[in-house]
Design a protein around this ligand. Structure first.
Ligand code: ADP
Length: 277
């Protein structure tokens, strides 16, 4: 039985990432199994998904559905059991440890729930750290654009302990964007923020895509956060279970509810559930 929940405002609408769109990342029959034998957990059970360049995509799904695992495999932070994960045209599942380390340093940016700033460094030093580590010069106009967009101009000499949570996360976003990586992966970026700071951070992430042309893939369990994205990919039981274009909090909640109902109901053969907005 096909239990995929496809939800778009128009059923004839083309897929969110048509073949003519350049892809920032993609997974092909990607699997990840933790453990062996009877205790094996199929965290990813054959995932096929495309992520367009210049788009803000949220990955959502119930706890344990494989969101973090998918992100880690796409970002080269963990290895696949089988299948392939591509960053641009690079098959990262074929890379050795050294090449993966370089890929993470040069082509990918990260934003974590816990900010992960260095406490002894100022905001400016934290932002430019990736360039420092790569031995690359700071692109001053780009630095200024980020600082201005993120509203950090008056905070550059402050250390993380002198900044609010929202300001710290904005520094972390600037750090993730400073080297103009092909993709920024954001893992529950608003998980430690109050709703107002969270909304600010999500607005900045969206602006960095719409106005600065960046590509963001964000894992979240929050439908309101996901609604800032251009598209929501739904995961359930390690598989792609839905794809929502132009999400709203309501359409994301409806998609999650539909997943829950599929989980609770016995399989019905011969039907493909379709969920309207
Ligand atoms: P999500 O991010 O959607 O909550 P995860 O990707 O973290 O889901 O986990 C998917 C499944 O894989 C879960 O059943 C989880 O318990 C399992 N899992 C994740 N990481 C490990 C690990 N290191 N060892 C064993 N099982 C793991």
């Amino acid at each position: 039985m096909d239990t995929t929940v496809w939800q778009t405002t128009d059923p004839t609408r083309p897929p969110a990432a048509p073949l003519t769109t350049a892809l920032a990342a993609r997974a092909r029959d990607l699997t990840k199994v933790y453990g062996h034998g009877a205790s094996a957990v199929h965290a990813l059970a054959g995932v096929d998904v495309d992520f367009a360049q210049g788009a803000f995509t949220a990955i959502m799904g119930p706890s344990g559905s494989g969101k973090s695992t998918l992100m880690h495999l796409l970002a080269g932070l963990d290895s696949a059991s089988s299948g392939r994960a591509f960053l641009g045209e690079t098959d990262i599942t074929a890379l050795g440890d050294d090449a993966l380390t370089r890929l993470r340093r040069d082509r990918v940016g990260f934003v974590f729930q816990s900010f992960n700033l260095l406490p002894m460094f100022t905001a400016e030093q934290n932002i430019t750290l990736p360039l420092e580590l790569a031995g690359a010069p700071v692109d001053r106009p780009w630095f200024d654009t980020l600082v201005q967009t993120l509203g950090l101009g008056a905070r550059l000499t402050h250390r993380p302990s002198e900044l609010s949570g929202g300001q710290q996360q904005r520094v972390a976003i600037a750090r993730a964007l400073i080297a103009k990586p092909e993709v920024v992966f954001a893992d529950e970026p608003t998980g430690n923020l109050d709703s107002r700071s969270g909304a600010e951070v999500l607005s900045f992430l969206r602006r960095s895509v719409r106005e600065l042309g960046r590509t963001i893939i964000m894992v979240t369990h929050d439908p309101t956060a996901a609604a800032y994205a251009d598209r929501v990919v739904l995961l359930a039981d390690g598989k792609i279970a839905g794809d929502i274009a132009d999400p709203t909090p309501e359409s994301v909640l409806a998609g999650l509810d539909a997943l829950r109902q599929l989980d609770e109901q016995p399989p019905v053969t011969g039907t493909t559930p379709v969920v309207g907005a």
